[in-house]
Design a protein around this ligand. Structure first.
Ligand code: FES
Length: 156
């Protein structure tokens, strides 16, 4: 874990140093940065390119290929709605539409007040009691429209 008082460059170089001896260190570094910072700041890309002797395009390509690597800071609470098969079969698509409408944002976006980031995920490991929704670290099952409204309200 890096210190929040460190500059972005120091934090990125510190994380890179921890993974220097890994085989294929870029993905582990990006995951560590996600844990530390909550997103991959675009300013980190040239620093990583320098650390790993890669082109900026190479690093940018990996960051943008994987949806898990956010490039903007998330809101205070992230709401994840499962869109995998079992949850889709019991109404997940409707929950996503409802959340988008109620929050006025799209998937991967954050409300203007910075309260909620809305994301879709593909399985939360709670398939038997879908639709599944994760609010922050807390997993909820059998979430219907009213329960979703309550969860969104409690997250604002
Ligand atoms: S399919 Fe939704 S939790 Fe697994």
């Amino acid at each position: 874990m890096t210190s929040p008082t460190q500059s972005l460059e120091d934090r990125v170089r510190s994380v890179a140093a921890r993974h220097r001896d890994d085989r294929g260190p870029l993905l582990p570094i990006l995951h560590s940065l996600m844990e530390d910072l909550g997103h991959i700041d675009p300013a980190a890309i040239p620093i990583l390119a320098d650390e790993l002797n890669l082109s900026r395009a190479d690093v940018h390509g990996v960051v943008t290929f994987y949806h898990d690597f956010r490039q903007t800071a998330p809101g205070r609470t992230t709401v994840r709605i499962c869109r995998a098969e079992a949850c889709q079969a019991v109404g997940a698509a409707g929950l996503v539409d409802r959340a988008r409408t109620r929050l006025g944002i799209g998937l991967g976006e954050t409300t203007p007040d910075g309260a909620i980031t809305l994301e879709q995920v593909f399985c939360l490991g709670n398939c038997a009691t879908g639709p599944s929704v994760q609010v922050g670290d807390r997993l909820h099952g059998r979430v219907g429209p009213q329960e979703l409204d309550r969860l969104l309200e409690s997250a604002t």
